[in-house]
Design a protein around this ligand. Structure first.
Ligand code: DAH
Length: 330
């Protein structure tokens, strides 16, 4: 028994301790065998024997439990040491890629209109004069062609100056009712603080029976859209001119930076122009052979939206691929 006590104290690890536990306390263990002797002992010695056995059992149990705690602590320490993991160390976070702010903004706008059941249409970057101008009520030598300074190709095609020709392509391909948007790159001979030779637009077009489409519908859908994108802004429709719409309007939102008080970004006006729109001019339908229909259309510059949403001061920085800027949009 005394040996057992020593053995318990000498156990080097939990495995050894467990073997000892079985050898001492187990079904055929030393202690159990001692207790079995009780039945063969004379009655007058029984009490003393049992008492001393119980004391030994207590002593052994205490020794066992203390040793177990000590060895468990040791095992944990060893495990922690061997894992070699310093959770307090500085870590370099892994860099992940992200969409360019222009593309991210474009995707947000596309998703908005897709949820309203608009289809997403596509067209080529090199267009013909008919789709880009003529069919949009911009005949040759019309002064409004000067609104968009155009890159021409040698074969008298051109780089599309807006996404409006996708309206024409879609109307030629399909019949009313039409509900579409057309996102994509457009090109103009322009380069300064607020203009780049290539930028992105999203065009929208809805065509249906005459009674189904009105300026009121247009006003409603664009109002909801702008409030979803820019939050709680005021919206105003300003009369304007586009050859392919009549009446036409430009849409302003209250300045997202100064909340309409007047600042550098809104040139002290309190308003920011974000969209062109209108009721489709009947001349457009006539050029394509559409009859008894009405429609509304709108167009917006994606970079302009991205700049306003992310407080980007210079349009050109969206074209410079500077990772110090782009990294902020991860
Ligand atoms: N195409 C016009 C532009 O590039 C934008 C625009 C204005 C599109 C009014 C439209 C519209 O569909 O109705 O300046």
């Amino acid at each position: 028994m005394i040996k057992s006590l020593e053995q318990l104290e000498l156990a080097k690890n939990l495995l050894e301790l467990e073997e000892l536990r079985v050898a001492i306390f187990g079904k055929k263990g030393l202690l159990t065998l001692e207790f079995l002797k009780l039945k063969d002992i004379k009655a007058e010695e029984k009490k003393a024997f049992a008492q001393s056995l119980n004391e030994k059992k207590k002593e052994l149990t205490t020794a066992y439990e203390q040793k177990k705690l000590a060895l468990e602590k040791l095992a944990l320490e060893q495990e922690l040491k061997s894992q070699n993991l310093d959770v307090s160390r500085f870590s370099f976070s892994r860099k992940t890629g992200a969409f360019h702010p222009t593309i991210e903004t474009m995707n947000t706008i596309i998703r908005y209109f897709q949820n309203l059941n608009f289809s997403v249409e596509d067209g080529p970057l090199i267009e013909n004069d008919f789709n880009n101008f003529e069919a949009l009520n911009l005949p040759k030598h019309h002064p409004a062609r000067d609104m968009q300074d155009t890159f021409y190709t040698k074969d008298f095609n051109l780089l599309r100056t807006h996404t409006s020709p996708v309206q024409i392509r879609t109307m030629l391909k399909e019949k009313a009712p039409i509900r579409m948007i057309a996102p994509g790159a457009v090109f103009r001979r322009d380069f300064d603080l607020t203009h780049t030779p290539m930028f992105h637009q999203i065009e929208g077009l809805v065509v249906d029976k005459e009674d189904n489409v009105s300026f009121a519908n247009l006003k409603h859908i664009l109002g909801e859209f702008l409030q979803e994108i820019f939050g709680d802004v005021d919206i105003r429709f300003r009369p304007s001119f586009f050859p392919f719409t009549e009446p036409s309007a430009e849409v302003d939102i209250s300045c997202v930076f100064c909340k309409g008080k007047g600042c550098r970004v809104c040139s002290q006006t309190g308003w920011l122009e974000v969209l062109g729109c209108g009721v489709v001019d009947q001349n457009v339908f006539k050029a394509l052979g559409y009859e008894n229909v009405s429609g509304y259309a709108f167009g917006m510059g994606v970079e302009r939206f991205a700049m306003l949403l992310h407080n980007i001061g210079d349009l050109r920085s969206l074209f410079e691929s500077d990772l110090r800027l782009l990294g902020q949009f991860r």
